[in-house]
Design a protein around this ligand. Structure first.
Ligand SMILES: C[S@@+](CC[C@H](N)C(=O)[O-])C[C@H]1O[C@@H](n2cnc3c(N)ncnc32)[C@H](O)[C@@H]1O
Length: 236
């Protein structure tokens, strides 16, 4: 498969599942994804007036959580390549974003349409894995962050070996695609999900990539035996 195909294919999956994306997240993670996202946002230590980029922001959970901390004087840009996912986000956030500080931009995370040094913080929730060229995305994140700005992202990973890992394999290769088919109408999208997790970098490789791109103070925290990992880094 060439690089061009992945972008189109992934976007087609998200278009297909956009209406049921939030519901599927809640079912597949037994509601835990919201707790993980809150934990990631908390690590950002947001303050009033912060400029935030929610890259690959999709239906807007991370923007929604962040919006409360930065007040009306702050601003969040929810940036995503997929119009259907963003449209779901617009509907969802119009009901809850009292500070009116969330704005929506359609665009590619590998070519972010903002000036250098624009943001205090960049969040990415389960998005880096979906990029054709994650390194390009990381370089863009580094470019648009202000000096001293923080990059926090949460991504799925493979749990360590053992009984839990075997159970997770069964769950992700059989139950996820099945639920994807009957609830979201796409077995393919939820077959791609576990495959993409397995094909993605290992945590130590991500640390090397972040370092190569120019980030410092890189760390990560494993959640649920490594099913999800929250990475943190600083543009120094
Ligand atoms: C798994 S969803 C995550 C959505 C949201 N951040 C969350 O945590 O629920 C991944 C999102 O990345 C977006 N995406 C994939 N490739 C992208 C790209 N090249 N540029 C921007 N967004 C992209 C998809 O459209 C999708 O909305």
């Amino acid at each position: 498969m060439n690089v061009f195909n992945k972008k189109e294919r992934v976007s087609a999956y998200f278009s297909k599942i956009s209406k049921r994306y939030d519901l599927m997240n809640t079912i597949l993670s037994l509601g835990m994804h919201k707790i993980w996202k809150r934990r990631a946002v908390k690590l950002g230590r947001l303050k009033k007036g912060d400029m935030i980029l929610d890259l690959c922001g999709g239906t807007g959970d991370i923007s929604m959580i962040s919006g409360k901390y930065i007040g009306p004087e702050g601003m969040i840009i929810l940036y995503d390549i997929n119009r259907d996912m963003i449209n779901r986000g617009i509907i969802k956030l119009s009901k809850v974003n009292r500070n009116k500080n969330i704005h929506f931009v359609i665009g590619d995370a590998e070519f972010v349409s903002f000036f250098d040094n624009s943001f205090d913080l960049v969040f990415v929730g389960f998005g880096i894995r979906n990029l054709e060229n994650p390194e390009k995305g990381l370089r863009e994140i580094h470019r648009v962050l202000k000096d001293g700005g923080r990059f926090i992202f949460i991504e799925f990973s493979m749990p360590e070996s053992g009984a839990f890992a075997r159970l997770y394999n069964l769950y992700s290769f059989y139950i996820m695609p099945y639920l994807g088919k009957i609830i979201a109408g796409s077995k393919e999208a939820y077959t791609y999900l576990p495959q993409s997790i397995r094909e993605f970098y290992q945590p130590h490789e991500i640390v090397e990539l972040l370092d190569a791109v120019g980030f410092s103070d890189i760390s990560f925290t494993k959640i649920l035996c490594g099913v999800s990992i929250i990475y943190e880094a600083i543009k120094s």
